[in-house]
Design a protein around this ligand. Structure first.
Ligand code: PLP
Length: 471
């Protein structure tokens, strides 16, 4: 018998205990503090022991409680970054996906899993108004953006065989997510060739300045490779004029990639805000953000699979398929960076079928309504100041004490407010830089939140702000 073999009874004990632990966590989620009561040194002490030479058996599970005590819970008062709340039906499917342990790299490696992924990707495309797009699931918006730009580069200035000799230029707004700068660097284009175009008052790319920048480059003999539009900037949720960008991209033969990691799924609820999205060549979107899926679950969509194949197909002999049916010959690894790929689609498939799209649409609308409610609370409060419009579900604001305060004092005061609010453990929020100033920021992509949870953010920021300002 293999030393790792277990009896059915042994499996059952572990799975029952795990299920119990998961259920207890879910039941307690509404009441858990929004941040663990721990410091860095304590966690090092808890988890930096040496690897056991001899196993503990079921007792190994005892420390799961300690793990849970140290997590940052995704409860109703979590409003940081752009972090989806983790839909439990999808989470259950994730356990099964690991048990099934499929390598979703081609049809032949897992007929049902590969077919489900292709189908679910088609659902996502249709849900955001881009029927006919295909694509694949991946680990995060950063990877999806990298793949989008890899396709763009290979379509406009191929470098897969001989390397980059002429980098060309990529255009995005000053509000673009950091993953774009990372992708441009990784692709050998170089961040010097990423043109950051200024935004208007609502943090959307200035289309007139984009056009000027492209013309300047073309006159200087630099080829425009791609325009990156944001469908929900990470700071303020601003949506670039997608139709305007599409027209310019078409005029100049540039690829249009839309970073919709944060916002594109809101097109399910507010399609009118995303007009032109269907004119993109590629789109990234993150079901692990605004479709509440457990991490990881991102998606890259593209209009032409041949472009993805051109960028990513590079097969060793051992991966060639010898089936003659086109469905059976399908290979994800020809269209993505990954070769071994996990069964991410199972959670989406199960949770979309369990709830139906209508309920997701309603949940997204609810988040939008909560953000607008919170913006109203900020606007009505003399000691709070809103720093940006709220096109989606992110609200940037700051505490302003009574009396006079210079801009740099406000930056410093709010910088101090943030960690104190987090350590009070009632609400979790994060920050942004708005027009060069420090902002507190909430982002509602949380199906557990209610108005009272946002009232709590107002109370906490006012309490800490007043304490620090001595008021
Ligand atoms: C607009 C935008 N793009 C890309 C990303 C990166 O996504 P991920 O964290 O899934 O890599 C984020 C993350 O918040 C984002 O808000």
């Amino acid at each position: 018998m293999n030393p790792l073999s277990l009896s059915n009874e042994q499996y059952e004990k572990v799975y029952e205990r795990l299920t119990q632990t998961a259920l207890e966590y879910l039941r307690s989620l509404n009441d858990l503090p929004s941040f663990p009561d721990l410091r860095g040194q304590q966690t090092e002490g808890m988890f930096h022991g040496s690897v056991p030479e001899h196993g503990l058996g079921v007792a190994a599970l005892d420390d799961l409680e300690t793990v849970i005590d140290g997590v940052r819970p995704g409860g109703p008062r979590f409003f940081g970054y752009v972090h989806g709340s983790g839909e439990p039906i999808a989470a259950a499917a994730d356990l099964l996906a690991s048990v099934l342990n499929q390598n979703v790299t081609s049809w032949r490696s897992s007929p049902s899993a590969a077919t489900i992924e292709r189908s679910v990707v088609g659902w996502l495309a249709t849900m955001i108004g881009c029927p006919g797009f295909s694509g694949s699931l991946c680990g995060g918006g950063s990877s999806a953006n990298l793949m989008g730009l890899a396709m763009a580069r290979e379509a406009r200035l191929p470098a897969n065989e001989s390397g980059v000799s002429n980098p060309g230029a990529i255009y995005a707004s000053t509000e673009v997510h950091m993953s774009i700068g990372k992708a441009v660097a990784l692709l050998g284009i170089g961040r010097d060739h990423l043109r950051l175009i200024p935004c208007d008052q609502e943090f959307r790319m200035r289309v007139d300045l984009l056009e000027e920048a492209i013309r300047r480059d073309v006159d200087a003999g630099i080829k425009p490779i791609a325009i990156v539009g944001s469908a929900g900037t990470v700071n303020t949720g601003s949506i670039d004029s997608l139709s305007g960008l599409a027209t310019i991209a078409e005029d100049h033969g540039a690829w249009l990639h839309i970073d919709g990691a944060y916002g594109a799924l809101a097109a399910i609820a507010k399609p009118e805000n995303f007009l032109g999205i269907d004119r993109a060549d590629s789109i990234s979107l993150d079901p692990h953000k605004w479709l509440y899926q457990p991490i990881d679950c991102s998606c890259i969509l593209y209009r032409m699979p041949a472009r993805a194949q051109r960028a990513f197909s590079h097969s060793g002999d051992y991966t060639k398929s010898y089936f003659d049916d086109p469905v059976e010959n399908f290979m994800f690894f020809d269209e993505t960076i990954e070769l071994s790929r996990r069964f991410r689609a199972l959670k989406l498939w199960l949770s979309l079928r369990y709830h139906g799209v209508a309920k997701f649409r309603e949940a997204i609308r609810n988040d939008l309504e909560l953000a607008s409610y919170f913006a109203g609370r900020v606007d009505a409060e003399p000691e709070l100041e809103r720093l940006a419009p709220v096109p989606l579900s992110a609200v940037c604001f700051r505490y302003v004490p009574k009396g006079e305060a210079a801009a740099d004092q406000l930056d410093e005061l709010n910088r101090q407010i943030l960690p104190k609010v987090v350590r009070r453990r009632r609400v979790f929020l994060s920050n942004a830089t708005i027009n060069g100033h420090f902002a507190l920021r909430i982002c509602v992509v949380n199906h557990r939140s209610r108005r009272a949870d946002l009232d709590e953010v107002v109370n906490e920021v006012l309490a800490v702000g007043r304490e620090l300002a001595g008021q």
